[in-house]
Ligand binder design. Structure first.
Ligand SMILES: [Zn+2]
Ligand SMILES: [Zn+2]
Length: 727
């Protein structure tokens, strides 16, 4: 048999698959097997993507694999990995890297091994020795006593009895104790923050109706479209619908994948699935240890767990017979991967659900125009508790000298007086946005990027938010020696100090990337805010995600239209989602609530619709606008960025890529650029943007164009990145 093997090498130039002759003793090798193969002078790990009875290579040039690891990868995952590589202009090795068991790496041996522990049990002689008062040391006796109640892990036994390793080995030598190595699963801890789900188990009419819609699609015998959008306002009980839908899939003997934006920020959601389904839930995310990830993956692969909850990478969970994929908060931008392959988990989920005949259920309070346009809609317009959504007030910041409007101060003051809670969102971290010299007007900018540096006062640093560069805060201007340096703008760090001073003794909690991005740091802030009798939670967009704090009576969004000042066709959508999501966090308890939105342009349609909680109206307007401009969902957008150290080569490369795209233009695509982008991480950048009416041919042609141009020696030193569906 011939195995066609895709080598897992990061090199872009190597394009498999390559043929190998499988010897008779490797009879278990098949599609999805992992092999160690000789490759030139090296040995590399590869995946069998196909088998055949004959090869085009002459027999004497065919070599045999060196080792086989058995059939690791289900064929449908193999196909999915290769499809992602094609769809996102990446390499097969990188696409396969997404679906392989965690810890596979590109070496020739798996890097993560199952964890084994030494386990001690008492033998029959051991029981006799305890009974007849044999000569034993005090600690050895304590160890035997402890084991009389049942075997236990050796390390724990030694800890609890003070018996040493030598003592234990002595007991083993005398035949009183048996020691064995057993494999133990490493389980991640799923923690819940904030209020536990205390709603009653009976569903509202809207939930019942939505669930029935999902189940009907699950049971429909025809392979018609099973993609659905659950549009439910915040607090409408979408998670309960997901839970019931997962239960329905499990009842039908099928598995489920539940995608959540970021586990660290939404532990409540992950926790609810674990509570409801127990051991059949596996959690996969990047904050797990390598061992935990390895073990959770294999629990899914062996079918011991049938529900996988996790962020975007969980879309590749190795479950078989998939019946349901849930995408919670489907508007969230974290579903798009930043690095190569730049996949969008929502798009991959559609593909995977389609191939498996599974239902796709995307839920949100603020649907994307793409989803609204193409998915079957289910609607839950009211909150489960019957409360109305809080009133939203727009406050104009034109001619305001302060970061907080008097009206905002007044409402925060009421929160303090009433002893309730508020959430304040300012999507800008650090102390101030930039620093200038009062003497000569110098602006402190990043040496590697064309952006200004942000002052972080506690860290005493000026930092670049694009490349991570940081430098000490200057005392004087290096150009004119002036010491009058001015700080402009306000970030969360500065606002924290202002609020803490103005609202004392009310406690202010700050949540942004500087207060810690680890699970521990985020948990600490969220549990602290939840446990406090009253307080203010201040932070970047992290505070608008999924938390449920019933005592919050005030939500504030500062500089709400800042996002609209960026030239991005998704700016409107982002602004609407940010305000609407934060509005949903307020007024979920007895005391009701209100929301204040501070903005310069209070007439921006995104803000006006958000004040009316009018997602449908907003999306309708957005779709009309995008149809005119030829933006998604009425086209596929693909971005090519060329970059180089010096100015010039990147622009010529972008021009060369564009020149190869004329067949697309002839087919109705619009090609924009090359246009310069701001310098980032020391690299000059140029971009070509394609708006194509048909997706697949456009991606194919772009891939070829970029491959041809990048192989041309005239464009040496230029890096290329192709990003379909850029965010
Ligand atoms: Zn100066
Ligand atoms: Zn920088």
């Amino acid at each position: 048999m011939i195995a066609r093997v895709e080598p897992l090498t990061p090199a872009r130039a190597l394009r498999g698959p390559f043929d190998y002759r499988v010897p008779g003793h490797m009879d278990s090798v098949g599609v999805g097997s992992m092999l160690v193969v000789p490759f030139g002078r090296r040995r590399v790990l590869g995946v069998v993507v196909e088998t055949a009875s004959r090869s085009a290579l002459p027999a004497e040039r065919l070599v045999e694999p060196l080792a086989a690891f058995g059939r690791a990868l289900p064929p449908e995952l193999l196909r999915l990995g290769l499809w992602v590589a094609e769809e996102y202009c990446s390499t097969p090795a990188r696409g396969l890297g997404l679906v392989l068991p965690p810890g596979t790496g590109t070496g020739t041996a798996p890097r993560v091994r199952p964890r084994r522990q030494l386990f001690a049990t008492l033998t029959e002689q051991g029981y006799d020795a305890l009974a007849d008062g044999s000569r034993l040391g005090r600690r050895q006796r304590a160890a035997l006593d402890a084991l009389a109640g049942g075997g236990m892990e050796a390390a724990a036994l030694l800890r609890s009895t003070g018996c040493g390793h030598a003592g234990l080995r002595g007991l083993e030598a005398r035949g009183l104790v048996e020691l064995s190595r057993v494999e133990v699963g490493r389980r991640p801890r799923v923690r819940g923050v904030g209020a536990p789900p205390q709603r009653d188990a009976t569903l509202t009419d809207a939930q019942v109706e939505a669930l029935a819609g999902v189940v009907a699609r699950m049971d429909a015998p025809d392979p018609s479209d099973r993609r659905m959008l659950l549009h439910g306002v915040t607090g409408s009980g979408k998670t309960e619908v997901y839970l019931h839908a997962v239960a329905a899939a499990l009842e039908r003997g099928r598995a489920a994948i539940v995608l959540v934006p970021e586990i660290a920020l939404t532990p409540q959601t992950a926790g609810r699935f674990a509570e409801r389904f127990g051991e059949t839930v596996a959690v996969l995310h990047s904050k797990l240890s390598a061992g935990e990830r390895h073990d959770e993956w294999w629990r899914l692969r062996r079918g011991e767990a049938r529900v996988c909850v996790g962020p975007r990478s969980a879309v590749f969970a190795p479950v078989e017979d998939l019946g349901l994929v849930v995408i919670d908060e489907e508007h969230d931008s974290s579903y798009k991967q930043e690095g190569d392959p730049r996949y969008d988990a929502r798009h991959v989920a559609e593909r995977r659900a389609h191939d498996a005949g599974a239902v796709l259920l995307a839920g949100t309070a603020t649907p994307r125009p793409e989803s609204w346009h193409s998915l079957r809609r289910l609607s839950m317009p009211g909150r489960v508790d019957g409360r109305r959504l809080p009133p939203v007030e727009l406050v104009s910041m034109v001619a305001s000298g302060s970061v907080l409007h008097p009206r905002t101060r007044e409402c925060l003051e009421q929160v303090r007086a009433a002893g309730s809670k508020a959430i304040v969102l300012l999507n800008r971290r650090g102390w101030s946005n930039f620093l200038t010299c009062g003497g000569c007007g110098r602006v402190w900018g990043c040496a590697s990027c064309d952006v200004s540096l942000v002052l972080h006062r506690a860290a005493a640093r000026l930092a670049c938010h694009h490349c991570g560069h940081a430098e000490p805060v200057p005392r004087r201007c290096p150009e004119c020696a002036s010491v009058s340096l001015a700080r402009h703008g306000t970030g969360t760090e500065r606002l924290y100090e202002e609020l803490a001073a103005a609202l004392a003794p009310l406690q202010v909690f700050r949540l942004d990337a500087d207060t810690g991005s680890g699970q521990g740091a985020i948990d600490e802030v969220l549990t602290g805010f939840d446990a406090a009798r009253s307080g203010v939670l201040l932070g970047t967009q992290m505070v608008a995600k999924g938390h449920d704090f019933p005592e919050v009576t005030l939500g504030v969004v500062l500089d709400a239209d800042a996002t609209l000042r960026f030239p991005d066709f998704r700016a409107e959508e982002r602004t609407f989602a940010l305000v609407a999501q934060l509005a949903g966090r307020s007024g979920r308890g007895q005391a009701g609530g209100r929301v204040l939105v501070q903005a310069l342009d209070t007439e921006a349609p995104a803000l006006e619709h958000a004040t009316r909680h009018d997602a449908a109206g907003f999306v309708a307007g957005e779709l009309a606008r995008r149809e005119v401009l030829g933006y998604p969902p009425f086209s596929t957008l693909i971005r090519v960025v060329c970059s180089s150290r010096e100015a010039g080569p990147q622009a010529r490369a972008a021009e060369a890529v564009r020149a190869r795209l004329y067949p697309l233009a002839a087919g109705g695509a619009r090609i924009l650029g090359p246009a310069p982008l701001f310098r980032r991480k020391g690299r000059e950048r140029s971009q070509v943007l394609v708006k194509a009416p048909r997706r697949t041919p456009a991606i194919r042609l772009l891939r070829t164009a970029v491959e041809t141009v990048s192989a041309d020696r005239a464009h040496r030193g230029v890096s290329f990145s192709v990003d379909p569906d850029p965010q």
